[in-house]
Design a protein around this ligand. Structure first.
Ligand SMILES: Cc1cc2nc3c(=O)[nH]c(=O)nc-3n(C[C@H](O)[C@H](O)[C@H](O)COP(=O)(O)OP(=O)(O)OC[C@H]3O[C@@H](n4cnc5c(N)ncnc54)[C@H](O)[C@@H]3O)c2cc1C
Length: 440
């Protein structure tokens, strides 16, 4: 007998699950609450400017997903860019990543960072130390981010970048934060690389996003449109919000299911949508926290050239990161001479009405000259944007996912798994759950 598979959410995780089920001829029904598919992977138009929900850049580790995206979904509609990203600190720009590009810092700060790093190597050098090798740090060591930063990067690098930037984006004290989200996102340069980056204006291109892909046309939404084109329309439902799930008799909004793939935020699923969930699981879900990101997008008369994005670790600026979508692709502005800026502001609770402050700070750092440069503003809101990796996070999520699995409910995606993850992870998880169901 064919199984009834329901998918909640038409973001990348849900669409990818649908795609891989469909490829194997398996039937499914996908429900999306909004009037468009894409979740946080949508592109919005405003007066001829196109804005994503902040920067959405593609990078890949999984070959199957890479070729699905580049060859089948985008069909060559992509650019490969070498990252041009910077950090604004001490009234100057440094190349990113900080730990590999200290050169432009004032002399004494540079020395504080360099010698702080040197001390982490516990000289005299043990034989096993490979000074020429960049290391991926194993993040499952159960230490908090503060101790981790000091241990691997030293006091200077921690004080000027690692700690303030991470506290600003995650809105959590570094000593309360676990580092399990890193999964290779933060590289530790070798001694040679730090030396070069301190005393020479080196190229310094470490990190998972040193190169990135972006659609030539259509913004990041092009990826979602690629999926939707490949799926049977009659199985995709928009404007259909799931509000009631019963675990024990396997019902979703009154429909029976055999297997349920859900990509809605895990906390909402447990606290508001599943109506017969055990109390201890509810108590655990109440401890899940996340921050909110306000994304103020600004359309400009003239474009800013030569930069993809910039980090702002200093609290005197409201945003932690800004970027320039017109430098990822053409056609994102009404006229070729126009430009645009996306800014990201992180907070513990929902924020609003910060447009003028954003513009003032952009003027302060010299990115725009004055208010007359601005010809469009579009603010987007990203609730639950970054799951809070406090020390309890991993265990709570593992317990809830294991509980749901007993009822053949699979919670996937960045929000379904309440994790820090990229678009590729969402698509990979969609593929993997589809394959598990097919092989069951
Ligand atoms: C600020 C920020 C920047 C990012 N930058 C990058 C980047 O540069 N590169 C990168 O690879 N990734 C980036 N990401 C991550 C990327 O956005 C996510 O990994 C990916 O979009 C997650 O897809 P998803 O399907 O898991 O979730 P979502 O996109 O949230 O999709 C879930 C869908 O479920 C729907 N839904 C929710 N509740 C219900 C309900 N009750 N009934 C029906 N439907 C429902 C939602 O409307 C939504 O469409 C970024 C994320 C953020 C927050």
């Amino acid at each position: 007998m064919t199984k009834k598979i329901i998918i909640i959410g038409g973001g990348l995780a849900g669409l990818s699950a649908a795609y891989f089920l469909n490829t194997e001829g398996m039937s499914f029904t996908l429900y999306e609450q909004n009037d468009r598919f894409g979740g946080f992977c949508k592109t919005e138009e405003s007066n001829g400017f196109y804005y994503d929900y902040t920067g959405h850049l593609l990078h890949f580790k999984d070959q199957e997903i890479k070729s699905l995206v580049l060859d089948d979904l985008l069909k060559g509609n992509w650019f490969l860019h070498a990252r041009k990203s910077f950090i604004y600190l001490q009234d100057r720009y440094l190349k990113y990543p900080f730990q590999q590009n200290l050169y432009n810092l004032p002399f004494w700060i540079k020395m504080e960072c360099f010698f702080g790093y040197l001390l982490t190597l516990r000289l005299p050098l043990p034989k096993s130390l490979k000074i020429f090798t960049t290391k991926k740090i194993k993040s499952s060591e159960g230490i908090n981010l503060y101790d981790w930063a000091i241990k691997y990067f030293g006091r200077g690098i921690s004080k000027y970048f690692m700690i303030p930037y991470n506290e600003k984006i995650w809105r959590l004290a570094a000593n309360e934060m676990s580092v399990s989200w890193m999964k290779g996102y933060v590289p530790r340069p070798s001694l040679l690389e730090v030396f070069n980056g301190t005393f020479f204006d080196s190229k310094g291109g470490l990190g998972y996003n040193a190169k990135f892909y972006y659609p030539k046309k259509g913004g990041i939404q092009a990826l979602v449109d690629g999926f939707v084109k490949k799926l049977p329309e009659k199985r995709l439902f928009k404007n259909k919000k799931i509000t009631e799930i019963y675990l024990h008799n396997k019902m979703v909004n009154g429909d029976k299911f055999d297997k349920l793939i859900t990509t809605m935020p895990l906390r909402t699923l447990i606290l508001d949508v599943i109506l017969d969930v055990d109390d201890d699981i509810k108590e655990k879900a109440k401890k899940l926290k996340a921050n909110f990101v306000l994304n103020v997008n600004i359309g400009l008369k003239k474009k800013v050239i030569g930069k993809h994005w910039i980090y702002f670790p200093d609290d005197k600026f409201i945003f932690h990161r800004i970027g320039f979508i017109n430098n990822f692709a053409e056609g994102m502005t009404p006229h070729p001479e126009n430009g645009s800026i996306y800014t990201e502001i992180s907070a513990k609770k929902e924020l609003d009405n910060l447009e003028w402050q954003v513009i003032e700070d952009l003027i302060k750092v010299g990115i725009i000259k004055d208010f007359t440069d601005v010809i469009d503003i579009k603010t987007l809101k990203l609730p639950d944007a970054y799951a809070s990796y406090d020390q309890q996070h991993d265990q709570i999520v593992a317990d809830i996912l294991a509980y749901l699995k007993k009822f053949e409910i699979y919670s996937i995606g960045r929000y379904g798994k309440w994790e820090y993850a990229a678009m590729e992870d969402a698509m990979r998880q969609g593929r993997d759950i589809a394959k598990d169901i097919l092989n069951a």
